[in-house]
Design a binder for this molecule. Sequence first.
Ligand code: SF4
Length: 294
Amino acid sequence: MKVVRSKVIGYCFGVSNTINKAEECIQRSREENLPCYSIGQLIHNKDVVEHFTSQGMRNSESPDGLEPGIALVRAHGIPERLRHQYEKAGFTIVDSTCPIVAKGADTIRKAAQKGYNTVIIGVKGHAETIGLLGVELPDGSGIRSHLICGMDDARRLCGSKVLAEDANIVVVVQTTFPEKEFQAIRRYLKTAFSKIRFSNSPCGATETRGKAALDLASQTDAVIVIGGKNSENTKGLARLVAETGKPVYSIENDKDLDEALLCKLSSYSSVGICSGSSTPTSTIRTIEEILEKL
Ligand code: SF4
């Protein structure tokens, strides 16, 4: 079977930076004999997380009850209050927040200083959304951040009247939020608020990856998307390819290539493989080798 690799595959620059910093943290913790932590799951890939756990990096959600050490902020960032808690507890913070994610947080901070409320459009419970919601706003200003995860939330927010029709509002969007859904919410909010402005900084690396996946779908009989089950950009790639009508299969690693799936895949004469931005090239290569033997 012919196996075609997407032109954009493997880690994005934000995740690469986090991986490099994670290695530095482990090295430093060994030299200084300190515990090493990631604040929240390091990246959306369980194999990589397991690798770093085996090297001594422990996942943490709060500094409570932990021996202070080196704590890594992942690419998605963390709420400011949480960062302060770690610092206050004596941890050394190593920050690998992706600059594109940091830009959204910065927009919220600057807009709040000018008296703007924020509406954050993002996936509920996603680390980046939690980080954006956790940007500290000026005390006593009455300024707030409101989360919208979909059109229903947008309707609820407008109906609740917590924001006046002429309130100053800036909208910040999670970098990997689905574009079509964002555009629909945008149109709706524009009819409800007269002074609303939008600061959407979609991740260019994710857009390029999406275009490459579409290109791949046009050349092959089916597409395999490799990535963590909780990775938004992996899910986005699968959605994008599915819209072309090409069969798409989402797998996390080679263990998901069970007999039934291999049998199905062997019926195609060509298969394309692409990956989310948290998938290591070693995982991609292993899968490629298995498919090439079909
Ligand atoms: S997907 Fe984009 S925004 Fe997210 S870490 Fe990678 S480069 Fe940064």
